[in-house]
Ligand binder design. Structure first.
Ligand SMILES: Nc1ncnc2c1ncn2[C@@H]1O[C@H](COP(=O)(O)OP(=O)(O)OP(=O)(O)O)[C@@H](O)[C@H]1O
Length: 485
């Protein structure tokens, strides 16, 4: 096993272990999306420490992972490697290997001997948990190597509409009907499993239905990165250009993966400009809004934001019910509404989890030869429900929010009023109201004997601000997901 394989294997095993230790939700939110880890020091003196470097896309995630998981990751890697292993969390572009890359400032400035350049830092180590394999579609004119299918199941018809995806769906429908005109680029962001990939496939499918000869390409950002690396190594820049610059519609998933990949960003910038100039449409997805992206060149992020940026939120109860009913029907096993409500009330995080729960219920009904009922669903989802039903306590909310904003838990009960303390306290009150059954006076009591009107004020203030302030909204999502763990 060579060094890269050894490091990759170590990280893979570390992830497997973490996946068994952490609630699925936390693993999926914090560990699964991480780009590749590199490990330095292996193979040297067996007593010396290894340094595992994980690249994280922004300060926010770095701080959270450092506080919540770094010690455990270090302990696991130390055990698996049999050597002390220190964890470093690097903002993608600032680590040494990325900084060492010479980056051409324009396509014309590409070095004459690109093979002398090292590949993108992550090229040697693939992420352990890959993003879902990305189907690609190109019509007949496309280079043969890139001919694959877009997923025909992911259409507007199979996408359940709701408040959570209303804006994004409307914008996507608009683009599908008249690509290249308005909302270009369309930037869709939101948490894991909320339907971003589904939505952009739906645009591709719709356009191809109208115009079967349209050149449509769907790909995950990781594939773009490896395409750039491959073409640089082979010096086939024309192929790269031919593939991307000639499209009518480019659908690119998870652009946060471009963080720190300067050469990739350069090529994407070129493709982006070429496509917009010829009125081809670009739709991107990401886990955060353009200004929240870190280590992506500002000239790119400002362009990302120049068309329309829309969020997809976690689905509300009615939408979750509708999704369950529709998907059960598609499986040929209708789900009674009361059962759908029961499942939807208990599985709240995202659509992917909802699908997982549905699969369990359907399989349970099939193998036990029983009708689908609430009792059957309760039995089928026993493990999941025991986790969900773990009460979220106000104390846990106070601790999580205090950790997150780096204040003392004691400040949650104190009378201190500086904004750096008062605001996290208001956020904790808001979450306490949202995530627990406690009344306003009870919450006030748990926050150092405050009056219920103070709690009400905080709940209204944070609730109102979250509608307008994307950064706050994002932070609240992260806190909610972590607390629901
Ligand atoms: N509104 C919806 N109606 C029907 N199915 C949905 C809806 N939203 C999501 N899904 C389904 O949920 C699953 C997860 O969705 P998808 O892969 O599109 O999420 P995502 O936001 O791209 O997540 P990630 O960032 O983790 O890739 C898919 O099977 C998708 O078809």
């Amino acid at each position: 096993m060579n060094t890269a394989e050894w490091a990759s294997d170590l990280w893979r095993r570390g992830c497997e272990r973490l996946a068994t230790e952490l609630p699925e939700q936390q693993f999926n939110t914090w560990i699964r999306p991480l780009p590749p880890a590199t490990v330095a020091g292996e193979g040297a003196d067996a007593a010396s420490a290894l340094v595992a470097t994980l690249k994280v896309p922004n300060h926010f995630k770095r701080d959270w992972i450092r506080r919540q998981y770094a010690a455990r990751i270090e302990a696991i890697l130390t055990e698996l490697a049999g050597r002390p292993t220190r964890l470093e969390l690097a903002l993608a572009a600032r680590d040494a290997s990325a900084a060492a890359l010479a980056v051409p400032t324009s396509a014309a400035a590409v070095p004459q001997q690109p093979s002398l350049l090292p590949p993108e830092p992550s090229a040697a180590l693939r992420p352990v948990v890959q993003p879902p394999a990305a189907p690609v579609v190109l019509p007949s004119q496309a280079p043969a190597s890139a001919k694959h299918r877009i997923n025909p199941q992911l259409t507007f018809d199979t996408l359940v509409p709701g408040r959570a995806n209303q804006m994004a769906r409307t914008a996507a429908l608009h683009v599908a009907g008249a690509p290249g005109i308005t909302y270009n680029p369309l930037f869709i962001y939101g948490g894991v499993g909320l339907g971003k990939t589904h939505l952009i496939h739906a645009v591709g499918n719709a356009l191809l239905k109208d115009r079967p000869d349209a050149r449509v390409l769907y790909l995950h950002a990781e594939q773009f990165i490896s395409d750039v690396v491959k073409n640089y190594q082979r010096k086939t820049f024309d192929e790269l250009k031919a593939k991307y610059h000639s499209l009518d519609l480019l659908l690119i998933d998870d652009v946060q993966f471009f963080a720190g990949k300067d050469r990739t960003q350069e090529e994407f910038f070129n493709a982006f400009e070429a496509l917009l100039a010829k009125k081809a449409h670009i739709i991107m997805t990401s886990d955060t809004y353009p200004k929240g992206l870190v280590d992506i060149d500002e000239r790119l992020t400002s362009r990302f934001d120049a068309g329309l940026t829309v969020a997809i939120e976690p689905p509300e109860l009615e939408m979750r019910v509708a999704i369950l009913i529709k998907k059960a029907e598609a499986e040929g096993t209708p789900m009674p509404e009361d059962v759908a409500f029961f499942v939807a009330k208990n599985v709240r995080a995202n659509v992917r989890e909802l699908e997982g729960a549905l699969r369990k219920v359907l399989a349970y009904a099939k193998f036990s030869h029983k009708e689908i009922s609430i009792n059957l669903a309760r039995e089928a989802l026993k493990d999941l429900l025991s986790i969900q039903n773990r009460q979220i306590g106000v104390e846990n909310i106070q601790k999580t929010v205090a950790d997150f904003y780096k204040i003392k838990v004691a400040d949650m009960y104190s009378k201190k009023r500086p904004a750096s303390i008062a605001r996290p306290r208001q956020i904790a009150m808001y979450l306490a109201k949202e995530l627990t059954q406690k009344s306003l006076p009870e919450i006030g009591e748990l926050f150092g004997g405050r009056d219920h009107t103070t709690v009400l004020h905080a709940v209204r203030k944070i609730g109102g601000e979250r509608q307008k302030n994307t950064e706050l909204n994002q932070q609240l999502h992260v806190l909610e997901q972590t607390l629901k763990g």
